[in-house]
Structures are given as C-alpha cells and as structure tokens.
Design a protein around this ligand. Structure first.
Ligand code: ZN
Ligand code: ZN
Length: 347
C-alpha cells in the first residue's frame, strides 16, 4: 500500500466547505456549525465530555493525608507505582489528542479532541496533587521516574511508545488508525488494573479521596474510549482500503499482546495486595479488551470473559447521579448497590 503522508489541516480555508468531506485528508473550512457536521451524533458526545468538567483540587484529600501512613508497605509501594504508571499513560494522551486534532480535517473532531486534551491535562495534574498530599517531594519524584526507569513498566509501555512516535514521524492514515487502536487500548484497558487497586482500597474504607479522584478520571476515560472507538470505525469506513484481513489481524494481535503485558504488569504490581485476586484481575483485563473490540466494531477474542468477573468495581465508578454532591461529602460508597446504576454500565 502506498504511504501518503498527510498534511496538517489548514487552520482556515474559506475555499473549503464548512461541513467536512472527510475526517483525515478531507476538506473543511475550519468554521464549525455543530448543527451541520458530518457525524451529527458527535455533538452529543461533545456535550457529555464537557458535562464531566472537574478540577483536581476540588477533591478533599485530608483523610488520605492521615491514612497513608497506616497503609501496609505493599499497599504504599503499589500506590506509588500505580500513580507512576497512570502518569506515564496520561502524559502522552494530552499530546496525542492534540496530534490527532492537527491532522483532522473536521472541526467537530478538533473541538472534541481539545476537550479530551484538557481533561488529560487535569488527569496529569491530579497525580501531582494526590502525591503531594501524601508523600515527600523526593518520593513524588521517584514515583514520576518509574515510567522512565522501571523495567517492567518500560516493557509494558514499549509498543505504545513506538506506535505513538511512529505517528509523529509518519503521519499516514495507517498510523492514525494504529494510533487509534492503541488509544482505545489505553482509554479502555491499560488504566483499569490501576483503577481497580484504588477501588479495592476504598472498599476497605482506605484512601477514599484518592479513589474519588480516580472515579472522576475513570468516568472521563470511559467517554474518551467511546469517542475514540467511534473515530476509529468512522475513519476505517471512510478509508475502506485499510479494512483488510491483514489489518484486522494486526489489531487482534495488538490486543492479545497488550492483554498479556497488562496481566504481567498487574501480577507484578498487585502481588500480595490484600483483597485483589490476580486471576480475577486477569479475567477483568480480558473482559475490558473484549469490550473495546466490540465498541470498535470487531469481534471478542476471549469468549470465556464476556462478563465482568469483578462486579464490585462497578459501585465505585457508577456512583454518578448528575451532581458532584456525594463526592464532596466523601461518604463511604461501600453500600452503593450495583442495581442503582445510572448509565455507566461499562465496567
Ligand atoms: Zn486520562
Ligand atoms: Zn483519556
């Protein structure tokens, strides 16, 4: 297949129509009328994203400040390693959202990506915020060095690093599609064993401030995963020459490798953490992979993991009632019934 490099979209091009003729490599003027866009239902996605607005320092960390010292050594170590991991995933997301936006020739995609990039920036801020609440400056820095130094984390992130940088060097439709695959993996799977660790602490009434913050991040990532998988399907439909058996095989192989690496990572970081069953966690990772594949219009690859084996997790991300009130009161969310779900049934 010939590689044709995409050019960055023009900022304003009055000769082009307002309604985009193609998401990447199409034509658009740069003027956005949300009532006349190529994919009208994306306006709802934009509104949902905007509706999730929050800021790191809205979450009260005073309970966690006192409680951190009472965690077991294993819990403290996992806490710092997982914040280190999450920061290495959210850092590149801020920029990848921008890069996708620079090549998108659809102003609605540019706007949605701007909102996603803003939220990723808040996620990054929140890791600095929680760490500065519970540990010394030196320990904070150590945690943020893990993404550069920890061999298992480096191994786990090597393929994302390679693919994200390939898009910078060679902005082609193929690399955009592959970047969207890794972005879906990231938004829909890579974060989730880390999230589970904090929810497991919260269900023991530990570090509830941190887990509240993680719930906010989790809610954002679910929306991002939803939009990115839509963007993937639409881009593939507009460029059917890439919709080949070979490309599908590449996607499935990327998912399988990523699942294996994620299980290896979770065994490493969550070993000996009380309350987490590593087999259940492996099942949960496969369940999340299936879920993302379905959203991307592909088939499940783990037929024995179509249901969530860690149902207790749902209570921690599903406790959104359209207001932030219960979060600021920081009451125990131990007793939220999973039958009281209000739309966030994705976990
Ligand atoms: Zn994020
Ligand atoms: Zn995200």
């Amino acid at each position: 297949m010939p590689k044709s490099m995409l050019e960055k979209a023009k900022t304003l091009e009055p000769a082009n129509p307002n309604k985009s003729t193609g998401i990447f490599g199409g034509k658009s003027s740069g003027i956005l009328n949300w009532n006349d866009i190529a994919y009208p239902h994306w306006y709802k996605m934009y509104k949902r994203l905007i509706g999730n607005y929050w800021q790191a320092d809205e979450v009260n960390m005073s309970g966690d400040v006192k409680q951190f010292a009472t965690l077991t050594d294993k819990e403290k170590e996992a806490y710092l390693k997982i914040i280190g991991l999450l920061s290495t995933l959210d850092g590149p997301q801020t920029r990848t959202a921008l890069l996708l936006s620079l090549y998108a020739t659809d102003a609605s995609v540019q706007s949605i990506m701007a909102v996603i990039a803003q939220q990723e920036a808040v996620h990054n801020e929140s890791y600095s915020y929680v760490l500065s609440s519970v540990v010394s400056f030196d320990e904070q820095n150590e945690s943020f060095q893990l993404g550069r130094k920890d061999p298992i984390l480096l191994k786990r992130n090597a393929i994302i690093t390679e693919q994200y940088n390939a898009f910078v060097e060679e902005p082609t439709i193929e690399n955009i599609l592959k970047t969207l695959v890794y972005t879906s993996l990231l938004e829909g799977m890579f974060f989730y064993s880390g999230f589970a660790f904090f929810y497991n602490l919260a269900r023991q009434n530990k570090m509830v401030g941190t887990s509240t913050m993680i719930s906010y991040i989790n809610r954002d990532e679910l929306e991002h995963g939803r939009f990115i998988s839509e963007l993937f399907r639409a881009t593939l439909a507009e460029n059917p020459e890439y919709n080949t058996a070979e490309f599908n095989d590449w996607v499935y192989e990327s998912f399988k490798t990523s699942v294996e690496l994620e299980i290896e990572w979770s065994n490493y970081v969550l070993a000996e953490v009380e309350g987490i069953d590593l087999n259940e966690m492996a099942g949960y990772i496969k369940y999340r992979a299936n879920k993302m594949l379905r959203m991307m219009g592909l088939s499940e690859i783990y037929p024995e993991h179509v249901d969530n084996p860690m149902k207790w997790i749902r209570a921690y991300v599903d406790n959104f009632d359209g207001t932030k009130t219960d979060f600021f009161e920081q009451k125990s969310r131990q007793y939220t019934k999973t039958s009281d779900l209000n739309g966030f049934d994705d976990l």
